[in-house]
Design a protein around this ligand. Sequence first.
Ligand code: AHR
Length: 613
Amino acid sequence: LTLEVQANDSGRLIPETLFGIFFEEINHAGAGGLWAELISNRGFEAGGKNTPSDIDPWYAKGDENDVILSTEPTSLFKRNPIALRISTLCGSNSKPCPADGVGVVNPGYWGINVRVGKFYTVTFWLRSDTSVNLLVKFISEDETRTLGHQILQVDKVNSSTWHKYTLRLEAKDTDHRGKLAFTTTNQGSIWLDQVSAFPEETYKGHGFRAELAQMLEDLKPAFIRFPGGCYVEGVRLENAWRWRDTVGPWEERPGHLNDVWNYWSDDGLGYYEFLQLTEDLGAAPVWVFNNGISHEYSVNPRLIQPWVKDVLDGIEFARAPKSTQWGALRAAMGHPDPFPLYHIAIGNEDCWKPWYQENYMAFYSAIKAAYPDIKLISNCDATNGPLSHPADFYDFHIYTNAYNLYSMAHQFDQKSRVDRPKVFVSEYAVTGGDAGTGSLLAAVAEAAFMIGLEINSDVVEMASYAPLFVHANDRRWNPDAIVFNSWQQYGTPSYWVQQLFKHSSGARLLPFSLVLPWGSNPVMSVLRRHDEHLNADFLVIKAVNFGNDVVPMRITFDGLAAEGIDYANSTMATLTSAWTMDENSFAQPTKITPQISQMAKPTSDLQVVLPAH
Ligand code: AHR
């Protein structure tokens, strides 16, 4: 195979927005994942507003003769009314409590990662009808070890109304599956509400789990599409993600049931935090809003105006000066400057649901009238013809087997270049038997598809793999780019493919010609990019060999020397493995990662060998 690269200034610039990421609250991606909150069901609201209510995963420490947990609608916070009452029956002279006390325990999201030497901020609201010594402590999974603690002396007189406490706990021991416990040996009742624990170190100090956010930073995402996916829609409309309920002080957010993926979300990771994440990662925000459609229900066009107003308020929250109502809330939350929100999707996968197309124009017209610079994304597919409504982009979602996705490197070759909305491939992945929980085969096919997107980036301006995260204890959807538990994480081969494309957005796509031997069919692209630190250009040549045979390859350059690019120091990153169904795992997190090698110093041409797959 001979690749002849035109290494000059010709070619076409790839949009700055091409490769981003799609964050959905699925698989506990945020709750128990990227959002570093360690307490699950922190406000005791997950069991519903009626009492008695279920407080899972909280449970009593001590037997029922010593302690009773009950729920009461006596919270300080109107929108999340449930508080926990801990009634301690032991603690008298005749009936002392067990030495390590009784009370309540939260195991976090399948364990709390408590690490020796680290500090944690534990915040909670408390009231009491008695004077008690309360032990706030991290304990080991088997509850035999105290990992870090503080004693709180709660005085009856001053604590008869709700008080907020913030403690700084230092861990003196480690358990990756630790728990947080509140215990006492004194008789009486205390009420607990809105309990939060965070590691002191979070990504850029903004509450994101540092190691997971770093994995996102390493992808250099051009944008973040958020917060879903089906998560935006909800099965029932009452459970849809509504931005308004996710902003303001965390204690006052009601939280909601993520009924699509079947878990409670405290909404600590809310609209503001998503916007903050985009800023922290240098990525453009792409907000998907609920347009009055859930999986089961659609709002009638005659009733859609409040939903339109809701979205305009949401844009005001992100974009407007702090002198406005919603801009003021954003400023009060810590961000006086507006966020650069220029891309918004009108719903998710709703095109053929009742009233979508009828309601679409109400949203479109109102947003464009107020914010003409916002690009709007339709859920309706314009691959084969114009849409019945105006749009800047249309969503294209594809989950399929490896061979299909590999073939779809040519999906957009024939797409009309005129008069159509641009394509946003906002969800794609190999799924099913070819993918397992993250196979090499899936990654190789995705790489071919992504090269096709680069080549067609005159019409495809944005693309994001899906889903991004999976908690190993809650695999709702396979495969995913990043796998984690309470203390570990690794990228699937698909994640590493995403990393290999981190130079693409904003690069120049160079023309090239290929001489192919019979039987080989690699998919390739050549980019040229400026490195601001080195103040020099570099080339990125990508090649996907989907076949079972090695492909020897010779690369020639036309005009390279004249352009001052020195390819004597070129490196090669190869992503492959012995078996196509090989995966990474916690035991072997880097089994399949790009292997970097120095290329042999070339005489005139570069010689490389593409391994099978
Ligand atoms: O990415 C998983 C799901 O796939 C998304 O929620 C939805 O948009 C699509 O059907």
